[in-house]
Ligand binder design. Structure first.
Ligand code: OSB
Ligand code: MG
Length: 381
């Protein structure tokens, strides 16, 4: 689909990296740690008068994966940028191919690939979703809610987001913060679309009884209950659960997705472009899942409006089956760095931007308020 498009040759003549630090409106607690501040690398890729934008989804601590914003900076500066700067590319496929010489570091690759896709689409004058074969003008979204000490507070927060119009609620769970919480939440909200995410906190041997009791709460899915390397135990657990099992952290690439599907480790895959190394890999995983009857949706990583815009274009694909973790700008930020900000529609969807590329403008004045440092790389021509 993408490869068959009209050829546009792009010369990458300048790349600017901006380290920004933004405070979340509220701290976000998961089984792997608490996030209050986000350290983000914004990638600005220039060709002629066009600018493409990417964003690293990493954090300041390697709790979700081994990458941090510092490793992204290192890999971009030392390996990836020197490889692409001053070169011409005829397609995003050709661009992405050149990043393959680095093993791992998916979030570094994704941040650069994001910027290239945006640039490429802007040069073609087309919104990104059209290049991906996306068909949805607006996509169903849900909100992900962190762990809270007080159940009364959690109930209030759920009510707040339901009132805002979110129609799917995802709760973070962890050992000793699960059945009791869910039973109280279900008492108050018996009918809402509810799912949970354990961020790999459980062990099948130690926690089997608790995990099987999750079947009692009519959950849409259980996300990443076990260790991220443990495809086999996930397959065993899936065979014992009625609730669909979704993998997040485990699915680090197309090849692992293939193994997980062959092993029967999951019913659903949360596709997160930053986790798998970008858009091309996400499109490949999406197609693989659709061919194999595995449900998909697009996961989030507390991104700014730039990263969320990229997610919206991918979530516009026709067979994404569940609401995605793409909340409105106001969910995480007092002030987003894009114009216009992403807004939630009353029906629990967010519009896919229609203008070329990611389809939203970056507000440089706001971005610079949060900037810690920037680095500029110019081609020699
Ligand atoms: O596991 O899905 C996750 C945020 C950071 C890291 C991991 C995860 C999350 C979320 C929030 O659940 C998703 C979002 O709204 O961006
Ligand atoms: Mg998750």
């Amino acid at each position: 689909m993408v490869e068959a498009m009209c050829q546009t040759s792009i010369l990458i003549d300048r790349i600017v990296l901006r380290h920004i630090r933004m405070r979340l409106r509220e701290e976000f607690r998961t089984s792997f740690g608490t996030t209050t501040w986000r350290d983000i690398i914004i990638v600005e890729m220039h060709s002629e008068n066009f600018i493409g934008y990417g964003e690293s989804a990493t954090n300041s601590f390697p709790g979700y994966s081994y990458e941090t914003y510092e490793t992204v900076l290192l890999i971009l500066k030392k390996f990836l940028i020197p490889r692409v700067l001053g070169k011409r590319f005829n397609s995003p496929h050709e661009f992405r191919e050149l990043l393959e010489f680095v093993r791992g570091h998916p979030m570094a690759k994704a941040s650069l690939e994001y910027a290239f896709w945006d640039l490429y689409a802007k040069l073609l004058g087309k919104p990104l979703y059209e290049l991906y074969g996306g068909t949805k003008a607006k996509v169903p979204v849900g909100v992900s809610i962190g762990i809270m000490d007080k159940i009364s507070q959690l109930i209030d927060v759920i009510q707040y987001y339901l009132d805002e119009g979110y129609s799917r609620i995802k709760l973070k769970i962890a050992p000793n913060h699960d059945l009791d919480v869910l039973s109280k939440v279900r008492d108050v909200f018996p009918d809402i679309n509810l799912q949970v995410d354990a961020n790999a906190a459980y062990d099948l041997f130690k926690h089997e009884t608790v995990l099987l009791k999750l079947d009692d709460f009519d959950l849409t899915m259980i996300e990443q209950p076990l260790h991220y390397f443990d495809l086999v135990d996930h397959a065993i657990l899936k065979s014992k659960l009625r609730t669909p099992l979704c993998l997040d952290e485990s699915i680090s690439s197309y090849h692992i997705a293939k193994a997980a599907i062959k092993l029967g480790s999951c019913d659903i895959v949360n596709i997160k472009p930053p986790r798998v190394g970008g858009i091309r890999e996400s499109l490949n995983i999406y197609r693989l899942c659709v061919e194999n009857g595995i449900g998909t949706w697009i996961g989030g990583m507390l991104e700014t409006g730039i990263g969320k815009a990229h997610l919206l274009h991918i979530a516009a694909l026709p067979d994404i089956a569940y609401p995605s973790d793409i909340s409105a700008s106001s969910r995480y930020w007092k002030e987003d760095i894009i114009d216009p900000p992403h807004k939630l529609n009353p029906d629990g969807t967010i519009d896919v931007p229609k203008r070329p590329g990611i389809g939203v403008d970056v507000d440089l004045d706001i971005l610079l308020k949060y900037q810690i440092r920037s680095w500029e790389f110019k081609s020699h021509f």
